[in-house]
Design a protein around this ligand. Structure first.
Ligand code: FES
Ligand code: FE2
Length: 371
């Protein structure tokens, strides 16, 4: 196997990207699955999915098969699988007094406790499985890691508030890519000037307020990009329309930021844009196949009064996301070619624009090496 390393001979592993094999090797994927994804935190839902007692939402992504329900003012995460013959009990969203299985009418209360099992002489003690939830900033998570403690360095960063949002859209799709290829694109700003003609016009890629954090071994990366001001002319028709509507919504004031990206290692991304939040989770299907689930939220007041902003906001997000997916696919294609030839190549990081990517790679290296 040949190895091509860009940069001086003295560079050490942590100064270079990951080996190509890490994007294809099932053993690496198994370590990532066990040591990273199973260790969480794993996103479940935003609080607005269940606003009143009795509201429920059947979840997807990594929480597929689970049911979020509000009971006594608090979200509960319950199994959506009946304890009798394992039927799926609910679909979509709605309101209910009790959970009633549609097959033989077993009924459970909103804590998951079995209330009724018709025609059984003896009462089976079979409650629904319940999963603990932890809240950070209106977002609920599962998993053994304490997400609040993990993200406590972000306390006081007021732009991250997600309290009064409503869900607009959910996308779920699969791609022939290693899961890391997606995150790698989101974790570096180096590509923005080349890949995003519309978005790059409104931001300065070197204007970073980076918060590189590693607290007690728990990891994340969060950064904010500010708006170039005054706004230059937009470079794509969708961004031209977006900037016009944004300017109108803000009455000519400068937007508080262009974008904030928070990545919880391993597989959660939370993005903020003016009046907008997108939560994306990645599910590992194989070394080269990944499922993405993105939930699009908008500020409630904007969603109720400015549908034009919601529509053009979603359109520019689709434009930028499409460009990012193309970039991730291009990375994967290059690595595929090397992998097929049995070769490896690792290149250096551009700092500070690839600092988030480097942090992510360092985290992975540490975990894989200690597994
Ligand atoms: S499968 Fe649910 S009551 Fe029988
Ligand atoms: Fe991008």
């Amino acid at each position: 196997m040949t190895q091509t390393i860009a940069g001086p001979e003295t560079q050490v592993d942590s100064e270079l990207g990951l080996p190509v094999s890490w994007y294809f090797d099932p053993e690496i994927l198994e370590i990532e699955r066990r040591e990273l994804f199973a260790a969480g935190p794993t996103y479940a839902a935003h609080i607005c999915r269940v606003q009143r007692d009795g509201d429920y939402a059947v979840l997807g992504g990594q929480q597929a098969g689970r049911l979020l329900v509000r009971h006594e003012g608090r979200p509960q995460l319950l199994s959506n699988t009946c304890r009798h013959r394992q039927a799926e009990m609910l679909t979509g969203t709605g309101w209910m007094k009790n959970i009633v299985c549609p097959i033989h009418n077993w009924a459970y209360d909103l804590n998951g406790r079995l209330l009724a099992a018709p025609h059984f002489a003896e009462y089976p003690c079979l409650d629904l499985e319940r999963t603990d939830l932890t809240e950070w900033n209106g977002l609920w998570f599962t998993g053994p890691r304490d997400v609040r403690r993990q993200l406590s360095p972000l306390d006081g960063w007021t732009e991250l508030s997600t309290t009064d949002y409503v869900l607009e859209r959910i996308d779920e799709e699969e791609h022939d890519l290693n899961w890391k290829a997606f995150l790698e694109v989101y974790l570096e700003d180096y590509h923005i000037g080349v890949v995003h003609p519309g978005f790059r016009a409104m931001v300065d890629p070197t204007d970073l307020r980076a918060a590189l954090q590693a607290v007690g071994g728990e990891r994340f990366f969060c950064e904010q990009m500010n708006v170039r001001w005054p706004l230059p002319p937009a470079a794509t028709p969708k961004f031209a329309e977006y900037l016009k509507v944004l300017n109108d919504v803000l009455d000519g004031r400068r937007p508080p930021f262009a974008a904030i990206w928070l990545c919880l290692f391993p597989g959660q991304l939370v993005e903020w844009y003016p009046f907008t939040m997108v939560v994306t989770t990645y599910t590992l299907l194989s070394p080269t196949r990944t499922r993405l689930r993105s939930e699009y939220y908008f500020d409630r007041r904007i969603a109720e009064t400015r549908r034009d902003y919601v529509e053009i906001g979603l359109a520019v997000l689709d434009e930028v996301t499409g460009e990012d997916h193309m970039a991730a696919q291009t990375l994967q294609n290059g690595r595929n070619a090397l992998w097929q030839r049995g070769e490896n190549a690792q290149g250096p990081y551009q700092m500070p624009m690839e600092q988030g990517l480097r942090r992510f790679h360092d985290c992975l290296r540490e975990i894989v090496q200690n597994a």
